[in-house]
Design a protein. Structure first.
Length: 135
């Protein structure tokens, strides 16, 4: 599938910056927070993606999908979409569609409304690829 030309399911993606295109006054504060509280995306086969926060990449157990926020992705009509699900008092069970763009071999951007998050690909040991998400 074309999706696997865009993302690599044998790596994780570290969020390195977020930009608010409408109001960037708080971008530097948020990006400092990212340095001390890293966020990673791990893409799996069959349209699954996990968002991991504050994990130790040297600990195989930290990449257990049960410790991640569970999302879905799909590639359709030339667009790579990540669907983020969450609960909220105003909408109940809601989801946001985010667009993923490959910038280079090791960099992706995810666009959600006025926010653009940039991620870089990071290696993980091959023996870490034992997990399969259950969502």
């Amino acid at each position: 599938p074309i999706a696997y030309n865009i993302i690599d399911t044998s790596k994780v993606y570290l969020e390195i910056s977020t930009t608010n295109t409408f109001d960037n006054s708080k971008d530097s504060i948020f990006n400092e927070h990212l340095k001390s509280n890293p966020t990673y995306l791990k893409f799996y086969r069959n349209g699954r993606v996990g968002e991991f926060k504050n994990i130790n990449l040297n600990d195989i157990n930290d990449l257990n999908p049960k410790k991640a926020e569970s999302y879905l992705y799909r590639y359709k009509k030339g667009k790579f979409i990540v669907q983020v699900y969450f609960k909220h008092p105003q909408c109940g069970e809601c989801f946001i569609k985010q667009t993923l763009n490959k910038i280079s071999n090791d960099t992706i951007k995810i666009i959600s409304g006025d926010h653009i998050s940039t991620y870089i690909k990071k290696d993980i040991p091959k023996n870490y690829l034992i997990y399969k998400p259950e969502w």
